[in-house]
Design a protein around this ligand. Sequence first.
Ligand SMILES: N[C@@H](CCC[C@H](N)C(=O)O)C(=O)O
Length: 269
Amino acid sequence: MHGLGNDFMVIDAISQHVHIRPEQVKRLSDRHFGIGFDQLLLVEPPGQPDVDFRYRIFNADGSEVEQCGNGARCFALYVSEKKLVNKPVIRVQTAKGVIELKLGEEGLVTVDMGKPRLTPADIPFLAEAPAPTYQIDVQGVQYDISAVSMGNPHGVLVIDDVLTAPLESVGATLESHERFPERANIGFMEIVHPGFVKLRVFERGAGETMACGSGACAAVVAGRLRGLLDSRVEVKLPGGNLRIQWDGEGHPVLMEGPAAFVFEGQVRL
Ligand SMILES: N[C@@H](CCC[C@H](N)C(=O)O)C(=O)O
């Protein structure tokens, strides 16, 4: 499946027993020697009473992570098409809380991604106190970065032109910077106007992807904290556009965008 070109292998772990090791994920994610994907998503039975499913996410490098926004939209389409659920709003347990998924018209899915976490220890990010931006050193050069958790950790830089953004150099260095003890997804955001931004993301454990849903949410939160964006923002990613809404601290972030099936098959693990 894919959400704006951020692609996934989705496994039904409800009607079959699935146990997958990090090295198997890494092998399957290989675009030449495996199936090829940015993340693997597991659809599991719920582990608590008030939710419909448990949603587990593995990056292409095999690491298990807490959140994936584009994957959440694909998750909603998957469980609905497979008739694993028949409800307008699906509640899903992730490693960092519950998110709500709503299927809309024309394949669009809205995800309530929950409230962003801004306290450095919750992100996690090494800093004394929460701030809209922090100065961070990359090989002797200082950058202003915002740090936000959408369940998973994000750093966001505002730049003049996404086309020339240094994802493979600065992005890759920041992804595993010592101030992000659990590594981070690094977004480069160009603000066209307060209701429209362009974004590219160097994802933790996957490299640059065509789109990052949690990254789009984090970018809008960062832009709002800096006083640069409206509460409703269209985010243009290399793979297409997402609509993000955040009404400020204490409110959840809403993300709307498409989800699509690509093919189905069987794989021996
Ligand atoms: N593509 C995702 C995010 C996937 C996880 C991320 N790479 C991480 O390590 O936190 C999205 O759409 O949010």
